[in-house]
Design a protein around this ligand. Sequence first.
Ligand code: BDP
Length: 342
Amino acid sequence: MEFFGKKSLTILLGTTLSASLLLAGCGSTETNGKGSDSKDEGKKYSFRLADTHPDNYPTVLGDKKFAEIVNEKTKGRIKIDVFPNAQLGEEKAVIEQVQLGAIEFTRVSSGPLGEFSKPLGVFSLPYIFDSEEHEWKFLESDKGKELLASLESAKMKGLAYYDSGSRNFYSKKPLKSVDDLKGLKVRVQQNKINIDLMEALGANPSPMPYGEVFSSLQTGVIDGAENNYPSYDSSNHYQVAKNFIEDGHQRVPEVLMISKTTWDKLSDADKKIIQEAALESVKTQREEWAKFEKESEAKVKAAGATITKVTDIKPWQEKVKPVIDKYRADYKDVLEAIDKAR
Ligand code: BDP
């Protein structure tokens, strides 16, 4: 397989030919000795990890750190190739592939994941976290871990959370207060809570894959979208939707995960290595995140984006109250745990 450059491999993977079959041929079925699976040496694997973001983005740097640790700890026996830039597809499609075991690993937002595993939907509820500290205190709590574990019933195994800061609205039209969202067509992540959220804010929700947002803004199919500073920057959305309002309506963590099908095939020792490597990579991801977030904010400002800071969040919280009320019963335990982590 080595004779395929990364570029040609990507092209190959873009065809209908199943990449897993290809990769199985080059590694994942390999055993040592006479087909025996000696515990010392273990099996050789070649896996893929999909991410929607570009190469230097903090999540991709986290993915790569994870792959590097696994590679080191297995002395090259388990190889994980990171495919950034949505090369393997948009998040919803990738999640489906991971459920099937056709793509082994991915890093996705818990936004779309909420449609596959309901407990994760809680992160799309507005203004439930006060700060990054509050969010991480919850993510690292037993309840936070339980939410990751809930992915197993959807044929996936959550390995770690990554940071994603807070999400804010931006539009081609001026955004100075919550009332300015009225009547705007706003792209949201593909998750039904987001539809309720936008309706409560008086806007028209338009769920679509991340990769379609730039051209939809450019052609006027939508008026605005919402995201954190790093995504607003790296997706170039700031070039076409210059009005950004820092309301911080959601903190939607990223999730690094493996297909349950792949996980179940691994030896206990390999499972341990993979789980530990994922948790170890969080440090790198969070450091890169903190840096990138500041740089992105400075970059979009210098490029002429108009940033409005919300000084009084109460009118926003008032408007979205019906959304919380609608989902309160579904997420009772977890909302209580989030309150406790405050
Ligand atoms: C970004 C997440 C990315 C999502 C994207 C979105 O990092 O995984 O795909 O938002 O809005 O913040 O879809």
